[in-house]
Design a protein around this ligand. Sequence first.
Ligand code: IPD
Length: 261
Amino acid sequence: MTLELELQALAVDIAREAGALAALRQAEGVQVAATKSTSADIVTAADREVEQLIRARLAAARPDDGFLGEESGTGGGTSGITWIVDPIDGTVNYAKGFAHYAVSIAAVTGVPRINEWAALAAVIYQPRLDECFRAAKGHGAYLGDAKLSVSEEGAAGALVATGFGYDPATHAGDLEALGRVMKHARDIRRMGSAALDLANIAAGRLDVYFERGLHAWDMAAGFLLVEEAGGRTIARDLAADRPQFIATNVDHFERIVAALN
Ligand code: IPD
C-alpha cells in the first residue's frame, strides 16, 4: 500500500469515529462554548471534544506528524507530514440542528500553508448521511466504493454553491460577486459547509463553488477531492484579508475565474 493510501485509510477510520461522536453530541443537545471572530462565528463544546479525539487518535497512530486544527491550533511534527483538521465544518448548521455538517481531515506534506503544501490524502465524512468522501493523491476520489468525477457542462447552466463570511461588513461585496457569477448559473445553493460544498463538486452534484475567507481547515481536504475527481481549484489573493477560493468542473473554470476577477 502506498503512503497516500495508508494515510487515507487512517483518516477514514478516525473521521468515522469523530463523526459518530459529533452526531451523538448533536442528538444530546449542542452548547455554544464561545464566539470567535464575530458573534456569528461560534464554537461548540462538541467542536472541541471532536477535535481532541481526532488529535489524540492521530498522535497515537503517527506521533511524528504535525497537526493544524480549527479549534486547537498547530502542533509540532518531525515527519514532514501535517494533518489539517476541521472537526465540524458547518458549525452553525450543527448548532441549529441541521444534518448538513462534516468532519474534514487532510494529510499534507511541506509547509502547511495554503498553496505551499502538497496534499496526500483527504477525507470528508458526513455522519448524518453516513457519506464518506475520500481521496489519495494519484489514486482518485471516492464516495464509499464509487469513483467520483466532476460534472460536465449541461444546457441548464451551473449549479453554484457559495458561502459568506461571518462578518456582516463583507456581505455586500460577496453578494456583488455572486451577481457576476449568476449569468453562468441555473441556481445557487448556500448550504453552510465549505467542506461539503467541495466534496459535492467532486461528486458532480454541484458544478461551481467559490467563497472568500476560508481557512486551511475548511478547504485542505476538499481541494484534493476536487482535483482527484478531475476538477480544477484555485486559491488566490492570499495576502488579502479574505483570500478567494474557487473549485469547479473543467468546463466552467476559466469563465468563473474571469467573472470573479
Ligand atoms: C464555515 C463553513 C461555511 C463557510 C465558512 C466556514 P465552520 O466553517 O464552512 O460554509 O461559509 O466560511 O468558516 O466555521 O463551520 O467550521
